[in-house]
Design a protein around this ligand. Structure first.
Ligand code: ADP
Length: 459
């Protein structure tokens, strides 16, 4: 029984059967413990009233009288002193009345066969149609001693009401079983759909949308599954795009290196040509090297567990050190740099944060024209620290601003080509900041300048 539906069916039938069995055991025990004795006395009184009537009416037709009594719903066994037995009503299923019991009643003692019926778990007491399960009383008729054994005829006791009630129970059982089967089918249907959809996702087919419109737990599961599939589809698309971008970004410098090295092999090369070709090869190699480093950094940031190694350090000192490292670049481009920094100690990963400042500062330098200015500020706030890098450089259009954090996004290939940009810097910046549960905002205007504002909460 592998399917859920089969299991449900087996369980339903099993539960119905078990509850029937438990109910039977309960009722049967109740009969043996409580009802048996009462029932015995009830029947004893009936037998006694029959025999007292016989004894008071010596002239009555015994046969006829007993036949009418039997017709009222009893089985009567009459045994005379010679041991001759006569049955009135339907025969007993089992004739197990002991000769001792017959002897006892013929000796004018009463017999409590119903009360003394042994209580066995799987032997029905009330329904047990045996001659031993009777009450016995003595009587005299026309100077002859008799023993009368009596028990109710259950079949006759079953009236229309009992049949109607019994029928009701059977119809209820069949109807509830059938309804359960329909309900089970309806319940299991969406699970089957989900299984099919899961298999498809396992085969990397994310296009499927599952049609399950329910508000219960299965509906919620279907919704979560749908969301998960959409996320996987998006991740898959990004992964493919990423691979194609990476391949493209590796391909271009490699082709340049190949082309220029082929040129270098020519014999009749002038000195300045040789130098220029070698410098292209050198810059393309550097580009490949920085691309590889950034990809490695991104991969380490993409890990499921946070790669951060937290430490409390002097943030203002770190920013000043970053500026110091690029001082020569600033001078080369004749850029003025102002710093407005409060002394702040911050707990975060200093190695990754250093990359953030390096990227933001090098972008400000890269995208600001000669003679421009850059402002750096660090403010200590109650709930975190705010760092901003603002420049009066080339700025960016709204469309560019929307995508600056996307991997491999470069605003304009021509303007960034000579800057050696990979389009990975800002996505690394954003990832490091979000690992610190911080935020980064960018305000920019084409031709006027750009301002990146980072907020890092105090963890
Ligand atoms: P890149 O390595 O190309 O600089 P980034 O991810 O650091 O890659 O930046 C993505 C793009 O955002 C850049 O190509 C550039 O167009 C734009 N950008 C980043 N910083 C600035 C800035 N300070 N001024 C103008 N444009 C910027």
């Amino acid at each position: 029984m592998k399917s859920l539906y089969g299991k449900f069916l087996a369980f339903t039938v099993g539960i119905m059967f078990t509850s029937g069995l438990v109910a039977y055991l309960f009722v049967n025990t109740y009969y043996h413990q409580v009802l048996k004795e009462k029932n015995d006395w009830k029947n004893m009184n009936i037998a006694l009233s029959i025999t007292s009537f016989i004894e008071q009416n010596g002239s009555l037709d015994l046969n006829e009288y007993l036949r009418t009594q039997a017709a009222m719903g009893y089985r009567l066994l009459v045994i005379d002193s010679k041991g001759e037995a006569k049955l009135y009503g339907e025969p007993f299923r089992k004739d197990n009345l002991s000769p001792a019991a017959v002897e006892q009643v013929l000796n004018r003692e009463i017999y409590h066969g119903m009360r003394d019926l042994p209580s066995e778990t799987f032997v029905t007491g009330f329904f047990s149609n045996e001659s031993a399960n009777t009450v016995g009383v003595p009587f005299k008729h026309q100077n002859e001693q008799y023993a009368l054994f009596l028990r109710p005829d259950i079949k006759m006791l079953f009236t229309e009401v009992h049949h109607i009630l019994g029928g009701m129970v059977i119809v209820m059982a069949i109807f509830s079983l059938l309804s359960m089967l329909v309900v089970a089918k309806k319940l299991i249907e969406p699970i089957t759909k989900l299984t099919v959809a899961t298999k498809k996702v396992g085969e990397e087919q994310y296009s499927e949308t599952i049609q399950i419109k329910r508000k219960d737990e299965i509906g919620q599961l279907a919704q979560s599954f749908q969301r998960m599939t959409e996320k996987l589809r998006e991740n898959d698309r990004m992964r493919k795009e990423f691979i194609s971008d990476v391949s493209h970004d590796f391909q271009t410098p490699l082709l340049n290196i190949k082309g220029y090295s082929a040129l270098l092999l020519k014999e009749e090369l002038k000195e300045d040509e040789r130098k220029s070709y070698a410098s292209v090869i050198q810059s393309e190699t550097e580009r490949l090297s920085s691309l590889t480093k950034q990809l490695l950094l991104l991969t380490s940031l993409d890990q499921l567990t946070s790669p951060l190694v937290m430490k409390t350090f002097d943030l203002s000192a770190q920013l000043k050190e970053t500026v110091r490292k690029v001082r020569w670049l600033l001078e080369e481009k004749e850029l003025s740099l102002s710093m407005d920094m409060e002394d702040v100690r911050y707990t975060g990963d200093p190695a990754f944060l250093e990359k953030v400042w390096e990227n933001l500062l090098s972008n400000a330098i890269k995208y600001t024209q000669v003679g421009g200015s850059i402002d750096l500020s660090l403010t200590d706030q109650a709930d975190g620290v705010k760092i901003s890098f603002s420049d009066n450089g080339i700025g960016m259009a709204e469309a560019t601003r929307m995508h600056v954090f996307d991997r491999f996004y470069r605003a304009d290939q021509s303007r960034t080509k000579e800057s050696g940009g990979t389009g990975l810097g800002l996505s690394i910046v954003q990832q490091v900041i979000s690992l610190h549960q911080g935020t980064i905002e960018v305000h920019s205007e084409l031709g006027k300048g750009t301002c990146f504002t980072v907020f890092l909460p105090k963890l």
